[in-house]
Design a protein around this ligand. Structure first.
Ligand code: HAM
Length: 417
């Protein structure tokens, strides 16, 4: 019996993959313009990196991690996100000593055991950016503007930037108790999970997708009324720099995020067309995480973008047109002539495939049509003797003879057309 991909995972195939690679190329180029370096951390880490980093009371750590014991019995987890991994790496390599402000980005797969649905997978891909070493509100705005620019360069419109503050160690306890007090008056209306969250981590209730909880949350006290002077000023400055940078945003006073490490700024970019899973990206400031994971007291800011969702928003739009592949078809006993031709094409940077397995001209042309090939190059004995090749346009079956010496020039003309 054939075996299928695991539930919640999928193969990304051509032609969809062309948008993925083009997007990655655009993202890498753009991030370098903003002073970011690429980082690749392992796909798995000791479980503690995430349980301490993301927070024991979050859904991710509580029920969504792929955790297993390795052969020596150590607890290992497939990364559900990369911020905690990047922080681990930042600390391990003493990157605080390398630069006052360190800007890092990553692209890669993440793993969460969530219920698969539209826009939600168990293996999904993120692009992320993290800035260490600055608590300046300009860094928040600049890093947000970078991703807004990326989305704009991709031709996406109709996106909304929601921004809020979740306060800091000074003011959050005050908000937490106000929220707890309010929620305890509505205990019966909350789902089972939120009845538990209410005690351990009441801010998580604000993020619950269960409709009943949503109703309760509507009238909950707002964090905006509880921010301390420092957090209010920070928010004010971030919004000011976003204005300076020309980024349009919406203050979303009920926005909290599903991870515990945030302080002050949190934000998300929403695409209404996506349905329930409508956040393309999210992030914020996390000024305590580096220290909490055993490193120096270094503030940080970052975001991660869900590439699967981004590709859904792009839909059928093609980010690039792939160069044509030239199929070189040997006729009769002329495989060597076909190979020589394909080598010359590849040497000049073109895409060329030899159809060594074609048993006849007819079957070869059929294979090329099936593969969606636009051009065939026919290499037979009489062509070799006359030092020519036949270029066939598969769309209209038009054929013409080309002297071997002119092949590259002719092909470049075809591409330019
Ligand atoms: P997050 O909100 O958990 O944040 O994930 C960021 C994005 O990843 C989401 O907005 C969504 O587009 C995508 N995503 C999350 N889960 C799935 C899934 N199961 N299937 C498909 N896409 C998904 C973080 O991961 C933080 N590390 C962001 C961050 C970086 N904060 C500071 N620095």
């Amino acid at each position: 019996m054939a075996i299928n991909a695991v539930k919640g995972t999928r193969d990304i195939l051509a032609p969809e993959i062309c948008n993925w690679t083009k997007y990655e190329e655009m993202a890498r180029k753009l991030f370098r313009r903003y002073g970011f370096e690429e980082i690749r951390t392992p796909i798995f880490e000791y479980t503690e990196v995430f349980s301490r980093g993301i927070g024991e009371d979050t859904d991710i750590v509580h029920k969504e991690m792929y955790t297993f014991a390795d052969r020596k019995g150590r607890s290992i987890t497939l990364r559900p996100e990369s911020t905690a991994s990047v922080v681990r790496s930042y600390i391990e390599h003493r990157m605080d000593l390398q630069a006052r402000v360190k800007r890092l980005f990553y692209i890669g797969p993440m793993f969460r055991y969530e219920r698969p649905q539209k826009g939600r997978y168990r293996q999904f891909y993120q692009t992320g950016a993290e800035v260490f070493g600055s608590s300046h509100p300009y860094v928040d705005a600049d890093t947000i503007e970078m991703v807004v620019r990326l989305l704009r360069d991709l031709g996406l419109t109709g996106l909304r930037v929601d921004i809020n503050s979740v306060g800091c160690r000074e003011c959050r306890p005050d908000y937490r108790s106000a929220l707890q007090e309010y929620l305890s008056g509505h205990r019966e209306e909350l789902c089972e999970d939120c009845q538990r969250r209410m005690n351990n981590n009441p801010l998580r209730v604000l993020d619950c997708k269960v409709p009943g909880c949503g109703e309760v949350v509507k009238n909950a006290p707002s964090i905006q009324d509880h921010l301390c002077g420092g957090c209010l000023e920070h928010q004010h400055q971030v919004l000011h720099f976003l204005d300076v940078l020309g980024v349009t945003y919406q203050l979303a006073t009920d926005l909290v995020r599903g991870l515990d490490y945030y302080t002050r700024t949190v934000f998300e970019v929403i695409s209404e067309g996506l349905g329930a899973q409508n956040a393309i990206l999210g992030g914020g400031r996390y000024d305590n995480l580096v220290k909490e994971l055993g490193g120096p007291d270094v503030p940080a800011f970052g975001w991660a973008l869900g590439m699967d969702r981004l590709m859904m928003v792009l839909g059928d739009r093609q980010l690039s047109t792939p160069d044509p592949t030239y199929f070189v078809l040997p006729i009769g006993n002329e495989l060597a002539y076909a190979i020589e031709t394909s080598v010359a094409l590849k040497d000049a940077g073109h895409h060329a495939v030899v159809l060594a397995e074609a048993s006849s001209l007819k079957s070869g042309l059929k294979q090329i049509s099936k593969a969606g090939g636009r051009f065939a190059i026919l290499a037979g004995e009489s062509e070799r003797e006359r030092n020519i090749l036949i270029l066939r346009d598969m769309e209209n079956s038009a054929q013409r003879e080309i002297p071997v010496g002119d092949l590259l020039k002719e092909i470049e003309n075809e591409i330019a057309e």
